[in-house]
Structure formats: C-alpha cells, structure tokens
Ligand binder design. Structure first.
Ligand SMILES: Nc1ncnc2c1ncn2[C@@H]1O[C@H](COP(=O)(O)OP(=O)(O)OP(=O)(O)O)[C@@H](O)[C@H]1O
Length: 374
C-alpha cells in the first residue's frame, strides 16, 4: 500500500521517481520551472508523461512506454484529490452542493452526499458558508471550501499545488493551520515555495532542480545539512519548536522564547514583517514540551546579535550557545551554534574574537520572532 511514480516528460526535461507511504505528507520544493507542477499534474491525470508508471495502493494510474497506447486512468477514477492555487469552484452551485458534488458523482444519494458535504465543511470550519454562492466568498473562504470538496471524495492521495500562493497574507496563517490539522495522517504531496509550509505541514521534503529530484529527506534534516544549492538557499531560518502560551514559546529544555504571534485560527495576523524570510532559513528542531498547543518560533539570522555576556536587564531573548563554525555569506559571516545561526559583520567577528568553541550569547528581540501554531 503505497504510491510509486516514475515519469519522464521529455518536452519539459522532467525525469522523476518517487515513493510516498500512506499517511505521509511530502513537500515538493524547488526553483521556478524545476518540474514540481509537472509531477503533480501527472499524478492528477492532467498531464500525460511520455513514459513511466504510477501505482496508488495497487491501482495503476498510468503505465506508458512510449510505444502503444499504454494505460491511462482518467482523473476522476484515480482516487486523487487536488487543491490548486485557485479554488475553481462550480460558480452555479452553492457551497454545500460544490462539496457534495464528489460524493454524489460517486453514487451517493442526494441526502447522503449533502450530509457528507456538511461533515467536510465542518472539518474546514466552513459550515456557516454552506448556502453561499462561490461569488460571495473571500479568497480564503473559497480555498477552504475547495479543500472540503477535495476531501469529500475521500482521496487516497491529496495533491496541493501551491494552495496558499493566491491568498492574501492575512488568510495564509488560517489556511496553514487548517492544513496542518487536515493533513495529519493523510497521504499528501504539497508543492510550495515557503519553507515554513514544508516545516509545518510535511514529514519529508523533496527538492527538485532542472526536472530531477536532487534531494529528499526529513525537512529539518535537509535544511540543517543542505546538499543542493536550492536547499542551501532555504537554509538559514532559525526555527525552534515547543508549546505556545500567549506570546511565549516554551521549549522542552525549559527555555522560553518571546515573540509575536503570526496568527492562529481566529487570531489576528500581525502584518507581513516576515515576508521574504522563507528564502533564508536554517532548520533547528528542539524536542517538544508538554502541555499547550504545539508551535514554532522563527527568526532570521540577521535578527540575531552576538554578545560575550548576557545583556543585563534586557527583555530580549537570550540563548547561551557554543560557536560551531563561521561561514562567509555575501558581505557578512554566518555564525552557527548548535541549532541556531546569527549573521554578523566581519568587524564584529574580529571584535568579539569569535571562533569555533567560543561561548557566547545569541540575542534576538521579541519583535523579530514570529510565533506559529504548529
Ligand atoms: N504548458 C507547458 N508546455 C510546455 N512546457 C511547459 C509547460 N508548462 C511548463 N513547462 C516547462 O516544463 C518545465 C517544468 O515546469 P513546471 O511548471 O512543472 O515547474 P514548476 O517547478 O512547477 O515551476 P513553478 O514553480 O514556476 O510553478 C519548465 O521548463 C517549464 O518551462
């Protein structure tokens, strides 16, 4: 019981082979034109590879050799649900009937399919939208309904192709935490440009470059030790995990990190000071503390100052660390210490006498730290 895909699309220079277990969520990342959408569309039945084979839990989705017609299951017969950038709801059906469409076309009665639709709308916190028409929904609401519609077919595989790319920044955190809940224990492939999505939603990351898979592994591990240039470009964001309590993340080692809640379900986003961060990023995973909702604190290395002694009476976050290594990065030096990284000027490195083994303090203001529900 697993998903296997081998596909060659010559005109797009795509040649991939991948495997996804039941219950596993995989994030696919890579630069523009790397072939991420081609992979998803081949699995969805929207794009026919030149050759290859895909098998989902024993069902052959396609088997193409280049010679002869091969086998090709149409999209609706694949047991695959798709959530794209745009919600693509049927404009003439209300929300309930949009979601009921899948079960209905699979043979459920009108009553059964509407009951199922109500249940799935509940899963995405959208029951109150049931009677609205798609034109009466915000972008975020429409995307939640589209997610319910995809789930209502009870797919063996859920494909999400940049599901948050078309949303305004205020709707993104809500959908992200909803996806976190919905994707838990579900087999899914999510294409994303945002490393936070990979960290929060996926068990594993696949990095594509030039139509090939160049790297794959647990997200935090790939980001901590990137081998591809793309993963290296993501590496840098400091991410700590723990449990959330208001504006504080409690880590399992007793440490506390004060920050700004990015948003939660029903919460108020605190603007977009974080935009662009996802193009940096070092992943650092701390064990989780008990109690409270799970969460993450994220901040860029550029927000971290390095001190030889803890700043007295400062309300800022302070981490006692031992420097592992120094790496030149552009015009600054990245100081790595355990799971954390700080970017400082070459002059500061000299002034502080930074070298591997130095015991120093990494300090970051609460205003620079974004807290996310995990
Ligand atoms: N409709 C098309 N016809 C022909 N070639 C295409 C088509 N769409 C994409 N390509 C090419 O196929 C390759 C893979 O594109 P694909 O859209 O799968 O990449 P991607 O990783 O999803 O990119 P992005 O992040 O920009 O969406 C690229 O070289 C692209 O130019």
């Amino acid at each position: 019981m697993s998903l296997t895909l081998e596909a060659v699309l010559a005109a797009r220079n795509v040649d991939v082979s991948l495997h996804v277990e039941p219950g596993e969520t995989v994030a696919v990342m890579g630069p523009n034109g790397a072939g991420k959408s081609s992979v998803v569309q081949s699995l969805a039945g929207l794009l026919k590879p030149d050759s290859g084979r895909a098998v989902l839990d024993g069902t052959t989705l396609f088997e193409l050799s280049g010679a002869g017609p091969g086998r090709w299951l149409p999209p609706h017969a694949r047991g695959v649900g798709v959530l794209a950038q745009e919600p693509l709801l049927f404009p003439h059906l209300n929300v309930l009937d949009n979601v009921a469409f899948g079960p209905r076309s699979r043979g459920a009665s009108r009553r059964e399919s509407r009951e199922a639709a109500r249940r799935w709308l509940g899963e995405v916190d959208a029951v109150e939208l049931a009677r609205r028409m798609p034109a009466e929904l915000s972008g975020g609401q429409a995307q939640r309904v589209a997610l319910a519609r995809a789930l209502a077919t009870e797919p063996s595989l859920l494909l999400l192709d940049e599901p948050m790319a078309a949303l305004d920044v205020n709707s993104t955190p809500f959908l992200r935490s909803l996806l976190k809940r919905v994707l838990a224990g579900r087999r899914a492939i999510i294409v994303t440009h945002d490393v936070l999505d990979a960290l929060m939603l996926a068990d594993r990351i696949i990095v594509m470059e030039g139509g090939r898979i160049v790297e794959s592994g647990p997200t935090a591990a790939v980001l901590a030790h990137p081998r591809s240039s793309f993963a290296a470009s993501l590496a840098g964001l400091n991410v700590l995990t723990g449990t959330l309590s208001g504006t504080t993340l409690m880590m399992s080692d007793g440490g506390r990190v004060a920050g700004q809640p990015a948003a939660g379900p029903g919460g108020t986003p605190v603007g977009d000071g974080f935009a662009g961060l996802h193009t940096q990023g070092l992943a650092a995973e701390a064990p989780r503390a008990e109690g409270g909702p799970e969460g993450m604190a994220a901040f860029p290395p550029s927000a971290v100052s390095v001190f030889l002694a803890p700043p007295a009476g400062s309300p800022r976050n302070c981490f006692a660390v031992v420097v592992d290594q120094l790496e030149p990065q552009g015009g600054h030096i990245r100081v790595r210490a355990g799971a954390l990284a700080a970017d400082v000027s070459p002059a500061a490195v000299a002034e502080l006498g930074l070298a591997p083994g130095a015991e120093v303090f990494f300090v970051v203001k609460a205003a620079e730290v974004r807290l996310y529900p995990a």
